[in-house]
Design a protein around this ligand. Structure first.
Ligand code: GDP
Ligand code: MG
Length: 735
């Protein structure tokens, strides 16, 4: 029955569809984990493909970029179209957002015109039904002569039927029927006919694409097709293009409009006809809930305040709600430290494990709840559709920079982690816009910096900490916009491309998808704790503990003996129980204090201490001492390490308070003030991104030059801003 040769051929199945139609969801359902992600050759649009075995066939599934049309205006459209034209997939599955049928059918009719084999997946069937729409799928299939399968991607419904329809069509020898696609009005059809004849006569088999389609594209002034035809036709090219121009001019004259506008209108006319046939709305004119919500959320006056309220609430939640689980994690690490302290013999290994590893990783681990909450909020914004509204609201402000609101989405993602944020700029069409967005995104404060603010703001601003942190984030946003403005007028002159902001309907998010999104991103944080943060903490511990001059140990022993002697001597003369208690308290305080002083002296004389003192002149003007300077330097590895380095340098070994509180106390005792804490936070906010981000900048801009530029600019600006805050504040008598 089955042709044995066929079974061994790899069938290529391309997934096309509008953005947000559920393409990626279906792609994942089809390929599971067997997917490869890369870039399309020559362009930075993401390419996803996966190879699967299905009923004896080898299927290669390719996820095309999401587009609304196949006009060659954006990179996504060009990539999708070229793939279908040149790579000739055996079948294209068009994922249709059934709840937005009209918009989806525009791409569908264009695919139909391309003469490739198409299967429609009527996805989001559940949403369409929920909105009271009824779709006559068999009728749609008949009208366009395309196999139609109904799917609900996020519940994996209809996936197998879809594959089966696609493979059947791919293996059939059926030609793509010509009758069941857009017919234009007589004049246009005549022009197409005439041009098609010229093409047939001049190029015969040399024409790579279907002559009717080529003729339509030439009439529509499609530059890519013009170039291809000209290149293939050689000397006849000029004559061909002239013939096309003649038809164009004739139509322009006749309709008093560009031909491509006429054809677009007619496609929409064709689509309304289909819609009339296949779509019935069962409920009487349902109120479009999304539109109603948007009346408020994107309102000219209240939209912005609401947006800022959401962001503020997000940080408030992150800060306050996160405190409770922190206690549990603290205690867990406390138990771990106690257990290891009991198990390990005194010596270097014990110190390394307790003060280096557990201390270092522990100070960072306590922030996991904060980070989970932050990522949960971001996932909530994305999954409800509010993120797109945020971009819409920011559009005006972004235009000040010469970017559009679309650039704001990577920037918002930067609140989570700059690495995926920088990768998200791939959705921007123009290279200039991309580089500009990449350069300003790191000023959006990433979640790894949150621990630093939490410690510093908590130590110096008490109950106002949440608001101070919010202010820091705001400064970041303002700074990134100001930088964008500056760069746009100095480095990247030129107008931005016009662009329509897409507002997908609001969706009630599913807890499962929220959790997955949150977890996906938090996972990175947890991996970092076992990787870069662990290693960083050990290195910092090593640098802070070596060399260890014996004098320090000797002096420590002497002082310790002195305390003990005094304790014994005093004990002998004290008799009352109360005095004895007071004496014991004095002894343990004195010993703890000695321990701290010894460790501080040790740290100061260590390699790290010497490095810190060497750099002190750089940090002194901004009110940061040598320990702070070292901590900031270590932040290049990962921003979380700033906190753990402070922990090591301030030698927090207090059993009675949590390390977090102890570190705050030590910072307050170190002579830092609210003002210098503020300067340090701003420095952390603005200075050079971490190693991973720097690498992403290099990769995504494709140049070391921009990477170096980003490092130098951000660090220079950080220093300058911190200087202004610190010295300015001092002039005003604030610290
Ligand atoms: P893409 O932009 O086309 O890749 O779209 P995605 O695959 O990222 O899907 C966008 C959103 O729609 C996600 O939140 C999906 O979970 C959701 N989604 C996908 N298919 C369906 C469906 O059939 N019904 C509903 N209600 N949601 C879906
Ligand atoms: Mg996608």
């Amino acid at each position: 029955m089955k042709n044995p040769h066929m079974a061994h051929r790899v069938l290529t199945i391309a997934l096309a569809g509008n953005p947000n139609s559920g393409k990626t969801t279906i792609f994942n359902a089809l390929t599971g984990t067997r997917q490869k992600v890369g870039n399309w050759p020559g362009v930075t649009v993401e390419k996803k493909e996966g190879v699967i075995q299905w009923r004896g066939h080898t299927l290669k599934i390719v996820d095309l970029p999401g587009t609304y049309s196949l006009t060659p205006f954006s990179i996504e459209e060009i990539v999708a179209r070229n793939f279908i034209l040149d790579d000739r997939p055996d079948v294209v599955i068009d994922i249709i957002d059934t709840s937005n049928l009209e918009r989806s059918l525009y791409l569908a009719t264009q695919l139909r015109e391309l003469d490739c084999k198409v299967v429609f997946a009527l996805n989001m069937m559940d949403l369409a039904t929920a909105r009271g729409a009824k779709i006559d799928a068999p009728k749609l299939s008949e009208l366009l002569d395309v196999p139609v399968v109904q799917t609900v991607g996020n519940r994996q419904q209809g996936i197998d039927e879809l594959l089966s329809a696609a493979v059947d069509l791919a293996l059939s020898d059926k030609d793509v029927p010509q009758k069941r696609k857009v017919r234009y009005n007589q004049e246009v059809e005549k022009a197409i006919e005439a041009l098609q004849q010229v093409l047939d006569a001049q190029m015969e088999d040399a024409l790579p694409y279907h002559p009717r389609w080529t003729a339509i594209k030439l009439i529509e002034n499609d530059t890519i097709v013009q170039e291809r035809v000209a290149a293939l036709a050689g000397e006849r090219g000029a004559a061909l293009l002239a013939a096309a121009r003649k038809q164009r001019d004739y139509l322009s004259d006749r309709f008093n409009d560009e031909p491509e506008i006429v054809t677009t209108d007619e496609r929409y006319g064709f689509i309304s006809g289909i819609i009339k046939e296949v779509l019935t709305t069962t409920t009487i004119q349902r109120v479009d809930i999304s539109r109603a919500i948007d009346l408020v959320l994107t309102n000219r006056f209240v939209g912005m305040p609401i947006f800022f309220f959401f962001i503020w609430a997000m940080f408030q939640l992150t800060f306050t709600l996160g405190q409770y689980p922190q206690v549990v994690i603290e205690e867990g690490f406390g138990l771990l430290a106690a257990g290891m302290g009991y198990l390990l013999p005194d010596g270097l290994l014990k110190e390394l494990v307790l003060d280096g590893i557990i201390q270092g990783v522990g100070t960072v681990a306590v922030f996991l709840p904060n980070i989970l909450i932050l990522f949960f909020c971001i996932a909530l914004f994305e999954d409800t559709g509010y993120m797109a509204r945020a971009a819409f609201l920011m559009d005006k402000i972004m235009h000040l920079v010469g970017l559009h609101g679309k650039s704001f989405i990577p920037m918002l993602m930067g609140f989570g982690c700059n690495v995926p944020a920088i990768m998200a700029t791939r959705t921007l069409e123009s290279q200039k816009d991309r580089i500009l967005t990449i350069l300003i995104t790191p000023f959006m404060s990433c979640s790894a910096k949150l621990p630093v603010y939490t410690i510093l703001a908590g130590a110096f601003f008490g109950a106002k900490a949440g608001t101070v942190i919010f202010a820091i984030y705001l400064i970041g946003i303002v700074f990134s916009i100001a930088t964008g403005r500056l760069f746009r007028s100095v480095l990247f002159r030129g107008a931005d491309a016009p662009f329509v902001m897409e507002l997908p309907p609001y969706r009630i998010p599913m807890l499962k998808s929220l959790t997955i999104h949150m977890w996906d991103r938090s996972k990175i944080f947890i991996k970092r704790m076992g990787g870069v943060i662990l290693i960083g903490s050990v290195v910092v511990w090593g640098l802070a503990n070596f060399p260890r001059p014996t004098e320090i140990q000797e002096r420590h022993a002497v002082d310790q003996a002195r305390i003990e002697d005094r304790f014994v001597a005093q004990s002998a003369v004290q008799t009352g129980e109360e005095e004895q208690d007071a004496l014991e308290t004095w002894r343990s305080d004195a010993l703890a204090d000695l321990e701290r002083r010894t460790q501080a002296t040790q740290a100061e004389q260590s390699l790290l201490g010497r490095l810190g003192h060497g750099m002190a002149p750089f940090f002194a003007p901004i009110g940061v001492d040598w320990r702070g300077g070292i901590a900031l330097l270590s932040g290049f590895v990962a921003k979380e390490i700033v906190v753990s380095t402070l922990g090591v340098l301030y030698a927090i070994t207090d059993d009675e308070q949590s390390t977090e509180q102890a570190l705050r106390g030590a910072l307050r005792a170190s002579g830092m003030t609210g003002l210098s804490a503020m300067a340090m936070m701003v420095f952390v906010l603005l200075y050079m991104p971490c190693v991973a981000t720097v690498a992403a900048i290099r990769r995504e801009t494709g140049s070391i030059k921009w990477m170096m530029f980003s490092i130098v600019y951000s660090t220079g600006m950080a220093w300058l801003m911190a200087l202004i805050i610190y010295q300015g504040g001092r002039l005003l008598g604030l610290g």
